[in-house]
Design a protein around this ligand. Structure first.
Ligand code: SAH
Length: 386
């Protein structure tokens, strides 16, 4: 069997519960790209079994510990567990994440369900090699009408893998209709952002619905996720996105969901918040759900400045008693940094706000304790106190 030898520091990391071993901690390799390897410690003891990549900065992703072998049967059992967990949640939606990589002990694998269709992403050489077996298992376990591989994220290039979009099973229509709570969407699985929708915000949209009222401003709206969910209780509703396609989709979705008063427009949120403040417009409910500003550690200071800018302006635009639903999906900006940024935004804008709820990604995107990378989405619900 293929094997790798790791350093004492690598061994310590694995014992601490983290599944990743970095390149610097790999001492010796006798394996081909994408192999399942035996991981051997500095004292020649078997530490466990793992997926191996020869190109990645993370060459080892642990699957098991000690003498427990990793094979297709193990992967199948983990898939079953992931699916059983989602069933136990009884989610009020037909679109949700079935497998959340490391969070489900299936490192670098994403499987999203959109009604009768599945979208998978294999983000390492090891998972890529397993795709044919994974497809067979998913067909058996879920019986989908089609499986699409959205293997187009850039991280695949770090693994020396191609960026591709392929139908792996059955058929994938141009557009698939899904429901999330009371809202229906048409989703383009081939071309939509991520795997089609921002599934990780489902529970935060529902939480926001407990507070939203009056006039609503949904910033970074994509296809209207928050706006459509909240518009029924907000007589005035505006949605902003920089993408023309997104704005067209918000409009179509608004009609389809019986909330034609949602006004969607194409704009840069940074400019628009400044313009609205100058114009003296005020809102009762504001949502900020920007893309990840910090893609890596080096960009954290700039990202925090960006988050602060939009949060500070949004706080100023709120009427007293108004709600701000503010999010960050940058893993590199952790909860503490996010909270610190909000503190500064509140102080600098002279706007006292209270924390009503601290939330994270939906439960179908589980956070694995000891693996901070699995906790990436922060969502705070704030209320303007005065
Ligand atoms: N809130 C959405 C998801 C937002 S994803 C939901 O619930 O589904 C982030 C969105 O921000 C993308 O649609 C992207 O087009 C948009 N975007 C990125 N930069 C922007 C900017 N400066 N101004 C406005 N929109 C922007």
């Amino acid at each position: 069997m293929s094997s790798v030898v790791i350093s004492p520091r690598g061994e310590q990391r694995v014992r601490g519960g983290h599944p990743w071993i970095y390149r610097a901690d790999v001492v010796d390799v006798d394996a081909a790209p994408g192999d399942i390897v035996q991981v051997i410690g500095p004292r020649r003891k078997t530490i466990g079994y793992a997926l191996f990549s020869d190109r990645s900065q993370i060459p080892i992703r642990m699957l098991t510990h000690g003498d427990v072998p990793a094979d297709e049967a193990l992967v199948r059992t983990r898939l079953e567990h992931a699916i059983t967990y989602r069933e136990s949640l009884a989610l009020d939606a037909t679109a949700y994440r079935l497998v959340h990589g490391e969070g489900d002990l299936l490192p670098s694998l994403v499987v999203d369900r959109y009604g009768d269709h599945l979208v998978v992403q294999a983000l390492s050489q090891g998972m890529d090699r397993l795709l044919p077996s994974l497809t067979r298992m998913l067909v058996e376990l879920v019986r989908p009408a089609g499986i699409l591989a959205r293997n187009d994220p850039k991280v695949r290039t770090l693994e020396g893998l191609e960026q591709t979009v392929d139908v792996l099973h059955g058929t994938i229509p141009e557009s698939v209709t899904v429901r999330e709570g009371p809202v229906e969407y048409d989703v383009d699985l081939r071309r939509g952002q991520k795997t089609g929708l921002f599934l990780d915000q489902r529970e935060n949209r529902a939480a926001a619905a407990q507070y939203a009222r009056g006039s609503l401003l949904d910033c970074f709206s994509y296809n209207g996720g928050f706006a459509l969910r909240l518009a029924k209780q907000c007589p005035q509703a505006e949605a902003i996105d920089i993408s023309v396609d997104a704005v067209a989709r918000i409009r179509a979705n608004a009609l389809r969901n019986g909330v034609p008063h949602v006004q969607a427009r194409e704009a840069n949120v940074f400019d628009e918040l400044r313009r609205l403040e100058k114009a003296g417009v005020r809102y009762d409910t504001i949502v900020l759900d920007p893309p990840a500003f910090a893609k890596n550690k080096a960009s954290v200071p700039n990202a925090l400045a960006g988050y602060k800018e939009i949060n500070l302006r949004a706080m100023r635009l709120l009427n007293r008693g108004g709600y701000l639903i503010t999010c960050s999906c940058s893993y590199n900006v952790n909860e503490e940094m996010f909270a610190g940024m909000l503190e500064e935004a509140s102080a600098d804008s002279h706007t006292p706000v209270m924390v009503v709820e601290k939330r994270m990604q939906g439960r179908d995107h589980p956070v694995l304790v000891g693996v901070p990378e699995t906790y990436y989405l922060k969502c705070f619900i704030l209320r303007r106190a005065e």
